[in-house]
Structure formats: C-alpha cells, structure tokens
Design a protein around this ligand. Structure first.
Ligand code: C5P
Length: 225
C-alpha cells in the first residue's frame, strides 16, 4: 500500500536546526503514528556518495545510489549496510553534502516513492523541506517550523558538545546560513512556507510547548474539515 489518502499525515517542514525532527518524533510518539525523517534519507544518500568517492554533481550516479540504498530507518536511528550511521549522519561534512545533492531533481525523484511508503496506518508524521508541498500535498496538517539562525546554531552547538564533538559557533552559524540559502534558492522543491502551512516559530519556545501546539492544531484540523 503506497500513500493511501485515508491515512492522516502531519507534514512538518522547516530549515535545519529548527527542532522539527525532535518535535515531529515526539508528536508521532504521542499519537502512536509512524515517523519519517526525510532529511535522514538525503543524508544517507550523501554519506553513501561520500564514502564511495562519488562526484557530488554526478546526478545519474547519485540517482542510482538513492534508488538502491539499502538502509533501515527505525525511529531516529539509521542503519546503512549493517552499520549504525545515526551519529555520522549529523556531521557537518554530511550535512553540507546532503544539502548539495538534495538540489538535484533526479535524486529527489528517486526518493519520492520511498518517502510515500512510510504512510502506513494509523498515521504518519513526516519532517523535511517539501513534505507538505511535494511529498504529501494532501496532509491533514502542514506546519512550517522555524527559529532564528542564531538560535539554531546555538542549539546545534550544544548538541555537538553533548556528544563530545568539536564545534565552533561562528562556523556553525555560517554553515546554517549557507544551507538555508541553498535550500531556499534551489529550483527543485525549494524551502519555503506554503500558503496552507501554519507558521510555528520556536526561537523562544521549548520542545514541549511546540509539541503541545502541533497536537492542538492536529486535533482542531481533524474536527474541522
Ligand atoms: O532536515 P535535515 O537538516 O536533516 O536535512 C538535510 C538536508 O537534506 C537539508 O539541507 C536539505 O537540503 C535536504 N532535505 C531536502 N528535502 C527534505 C529533507 C531534507 O531537501 N524533505
């Protein structure tokens, strides 16, 4: 069963580091829904490309990598070819490569059906850039979750420190800005708030508050057709 329109989808889109992954995962948990972290798909393709020495502009080879990817997505963890790559997927090298390959239409097309296959009963919470605009345009609720670039860099910094990884806040901020520009300026599925999405700015909001707001919006969306 692929993309059954009767199965509800909550689409949460927004820029890197806005907290959309954490919020989407918690909302899925609260509702007992499945969870799709579409960014992890792009990151996994990027990692496979980097490790095989693929030119990040070779669209056809990248499309094949995307189509033949043998990866297991389980909640927030990702296993690629039997190896747990959850942490390495968050590295800056993979983040930048993911943002580059995500600009290629062939790569995006190759990942489309794989993303739609996550739509299984009783429902799905999907996070990314084009969940509401391209992958699940009939989502019952579309959220555009964002936060200021400074706040996002600072969250990322704390995350890396917690993992004992090296980080420089100025470099992180610059990377976030570059990625925002690339994600928004690309022709294929650019990052932008669609007209039917609800804006949620989490700059001054806790995760719990953001989750509470999404759940309230979902209850409302289910009641009022
Ligand atoms: O969400 P996350 O930061 O993990 O995504 C990694 C990269 O994948 C982003 O920079 C973005 O370019 C790309 N992406 C995308 N479309 C999605 C999800 C992620 O283009 N639906």
């Amino acid at each position: 069963m692929v993309s059954d329109p009767t199965i509800p989808v909550i689409a949460i889109d927004g820029p890197s580091g806005s907290g959309k992954g954490t919020v989407a995962y918690a909302v899925a948990g609260a509702l007992g829904f499945h969870y799709l972290n579409s960014g992890a798909l792009y990151r996994t393709v990027a990692l496979a490309a980097l490790e095989s020495g693929t030119d990040l502009e070779n669209e056809l080879v990248l499309r094949d990598i995307a189509l033949n990817l043998i990866a297991k997505f389980d909640g927030e963890s990702v296993v690629l070819g039997g190896r747990d790559v959850t942490d390495v997927l968050r590295s800056e090298a993979v983040s930048l490569a993911a943002s580059r390959i995500a600009a290629l239409p062939e790569v995006r097309d190759a990942l489309l059906e794989r993303q739609r296959a996550f739509r299984q009963p009783p429902g799905l919470v999907a996070d990314g850039r084009d969940m509401g605009s391209v992958v699940f345009p009939d989502a019952v609720l579309k959220i555009y979750l964002t936060a200021s670039a400074e706040e996002r860099a600072s969250r990322r910094y704390k995350q890396l420190m917690d993992k004992g990884m090296n980080a420089n806040i100025a470099t992180l901020l610059q990377d976030i800005r570059e990625r925002d520009t690339r994600d928004s300026a690309r022709t294929a599925a650019p990052l932008r708030q669609s007209a039917d999405a609800v804006l949620l700015d989490t700059t001054q909001m806790s995760i719990e508050e953001a989750v509470g707001q999404v759940l309230a919006l979902y209850k409302h969306a289910r009641r009022v057709p």
